[in-house]
Design a protein around this ligand. Structure first.
Ligand SMILES: *[C@@H]1O[C@H](CO)[C@@H](O)[C@H](O)[C@H]1NC(C)=O
Ligand SMILES: *[C@@H]1O[C@H](CO)[C@@H](O)[C@H](O)[C@H]1NC(C)=O
Ligand SMILES: *[C@@H]1O[C@H](CO)[C@@H](O)[C@H](O)[C@H]1NC(C)=O
Ligand SMILES: *[C@@H]1O[C@H](CO)[C@@H](O)[C@H](O)[C@H]1NC(C)=O
Ligand SMILES: CC(=O)N[C@H]1CO[C@H](CO)[C@@H](O)[C@@H]1O
Length: 550
């Protein structure tokens, strides 16, 4: 086929998005690889930085980890519940390509905390337990950097709270936590000399209903408000005026979705290329969880089966209703990861019980892929993928890497580091999951976009890419925000499908194209900061390139 015909085909495909891939089945069912037998700690909290490195931490009150600190960085902490003189690291920097591990220093307890990457690439981490319950910690990506801690960065203690970066990329909202029925901002908002917190009775209401409302799910809606989900209920919060502007219908089925009946949640891909009417739609998807009494029964040795249901809600519709679907298997403590294709990987977790120490049973080793219908495969639906051999129950994590793999780690369902003699020993390993698209013989390649390219809202971008000729069909360009992942929820996780203006050949060499795209129109669609850009052809993504939305 002549090259110009290929370009025409590509263009046609973009104009009519109804193509399905004829080749979907040749892609394999995913595979697993052990990346590192021990990073020294349990990957309980994970964040990806724009330098490609991954920041990992668990908690300081665990005792002896498997990686030591240089002696000058030992911690002397009279408030520590395990070791008052602690020369073990509880945070590390992991480099996924070289697989190197560098111990980092956290002084106060980070257990069950929250975080967000801000616009300049600094990770802001909030709260925790014990001496860390009001701490805000900063980590900037540079060689040899370490944590910088502000022990009084929060107005009140926040343990099991969720965080979300706001559109300006500078402020982070932190919502809830044990015994906290309010939210606050980092940096602090001051009023008459005192740091402000803002009441959120919704958190009290959902706690009263079932005690399953910790780590609420937060997503930034394209209308600028925050969608907040706890237990079975959801609201839309105008955080600037401190008003609940909408209450959504309760999710049907009576399954609790938040800690300890932990499910997971994503904002499905935001389609900017279907911006015909100017209205951008957003749909939230929540999967798994358990009965409201799963945790209290697990404490008595009865492990209820986890839920196999997911619910989807178009939060931008005028009167949305939940669409309920069934996964191929039940799962509590699953992680939902947005893949560069716009599909969702559901991984980790257990088939029975709940979150909490010793509360989960029957680890689910098979990930499930949810086809969202965005990139190259038209039909929505679930597929069961190849299993790992490592159980990842409570305190496990999963995070997309820039090369399209998914980093999977953690699982410390025990009070201390317990490496033997328990049902689920503390896991210090990191694995990579290779989604089915990495079984494709070739992938598109971005050739002409410098890493760290700065872009502005609404800007037209020309992305040079090597595409497969004769495959044609559909080219999709996606942009993914790195998340902060813990307790089965990836805070700030966000994927935008960019408007594609056209695809043309760039030179006489085979396979070289220029894909014209339009950057998101505003900061409520894409908060300022770093994103990974992927060119996806026929359901197969390129490696991601970091861009910086200014
Ligand atoms: C980067 O952003 C963080 C969080 O907003 C802020 O605390 C820090 O001062 C910023 N760093 C620089 C170098 O601007
Ligand atoms: C929750 O329960 C507490 C204590 O019983 C009660 O004071 C409060 O009014 C309840 N709040 C809501 C929003 O239901
Ligand atoms: C979408 O529609 C709005 C309103 O018509 C317009 O301002 C914007 O540029 C369009 N494109 C994108 C990518 O949002
Ligand atoms: C657990 O809760 C479910 C749903 O609320 C209820 O049907 C069931 O009877 C409860 N089980 C026990 C043992 O209390
Ligand atoms: C449980 C575990 O991973 N232990 C490891 C701790 O680190 C040493 C080497 O530093 C390994 O030999 C152990 O297997």
């Amino acid at each position: 086929m002549a090259a110009s015909n290929v370009a025409v085909l590509l263009l046609l495909a973009i104009l009519s998005s109804a193509f399905t891939t004829a080749h979907g089945q040749i892609l394999h069912n995913g595979r697993w690889k052990l990346l590192k037998r021990s990073i020294g700690i349990s990957a309980m909290h994970v964040a990806l930085l724009p330098n490609g490195k991954v920041i990992v931490f668990d908690r300081t009150d665990f005792g002896a980890s498997n990686i030591s600190l240089p002696s000058e960085r030992c911690r002397n902490d009279p408030r520590d519940q395990a070791l008052r003189h602690d020369c073990w690291a509880h945070s590390v920097e992991f480099e996924p390509l070289g697989r190197s591990v560098r111990p980092l220093t956290v002084l106060t307890d980070t257990w069950c905390s929250a975080g967000a990457l801000t616009a300049n690439g600094t990770l802001v981490q909030t709260g925790g337990f014990n001496d860390g319950e009001r701490a805000v910690r900063y980590f900037s990506p540079c060689d040899g950097c370490d944590w910088v801690e502000d022990e009084e960065g929060l107005a009140v203690k926040r343990w099991y709270a969720s965080a979300h970066v706001l559109p300006d990329g500078r402020r982070v909202i932190v919502v809830g936590g044990r015994g906290q029925f309010d939210y606050e901002f980092v940096p602090k908002e001051m009023s008459s000399g005192a740091a402000s917190t803002f009441e959120l009775p919704f958190l009290r209401e959902t706690k009263n209903a079932s005690e399953n409302n910790l780590y609420p799910f937060i997503h930034l809606s394209p209308d600028g408000n925050l969608f907040i989900f706890a237990d079975t209920k959801a609201i839309l919060l105008d955080y600037e005026h401190h008003r609940v502007v909408r209450r959504f219908p309760e999710m049907p089925g009576g399954i609790s979705r938040n800690y300890p009946s932990t499910g997971s949640s994503v904002l499905l891909p935001i389609l900017l290329q279907h911006n015909v009417s100017g209205a951008i739609e957003a749909e939230v998807m929540i999967c798994g969880g358990a009965m409201p009494n799963a945790s209290s029964l697990a404490a008595k040795g009865r492990f209820l089966p986890a839920s196999n249901t997911c619910g989807r809600l178009k939060i931008t519709d005028e009167s949305p209703e939940w669409t309920m679907e069934k996964m191929p298997m039940g799962r509590v403590m699953g992680d939902m990861v947005l893949l560069p294709t716009g599909d969702v990987l559901i991984v980790n977790g257990a088939g029975r019980g709940s979150a909490g120490w010793y509360m989960g049973r029957e680890p689910v080793l098979h990930p499930v892929l949810y086809r969202s219908g965005v990139a190259g495969v038209a039909n929505r639906g679930f597929e069961v993928l190849n299993p790992t051999t490592t159980p990842r129950v409570y305190h496990s994590t999963a995070h997309l890497l820039p090369d399209g793999r998914v980093l999977v780690g953690g699982s410390n369902p025990n009070i201390k580091y317990e490496f033997s003699g328990v049902m689920f020993p503390t896991e210090l390993s990191l694995e990579a999951f290779y989604p089915p698209y990495l079984g494709a013989p070739r992938r598109p390649r971005i050739t002409g976009m410098k890493p760290g390219t700065e872009i502005t809202y609404g800007e037209r971008l020309s992305i040079e890419a090597q595409l497969e000729e004769g495959v044609g069909e559909e080219v999709v360009v996606t942009m993914v925000a790195p998340a902060f992942t813990t307790h089965s929820f990836s805070m700030n996780q966000r994927l935008l499908v960019l408007e594609v203006g056209g695809v043309r050949r760039s030179s006489s060499s085979r396979g070289c194209y220029v894909v014209e795209v339009v950057a998101p129109a505003s900061a409520v669609l894409a908060p300022r900061g770093y994103y990974m850009v992927f060119v996806v052809q026929e359901g197969v993504p390129s490696r991601g390139r970091w861009i910086h939305v200014m």
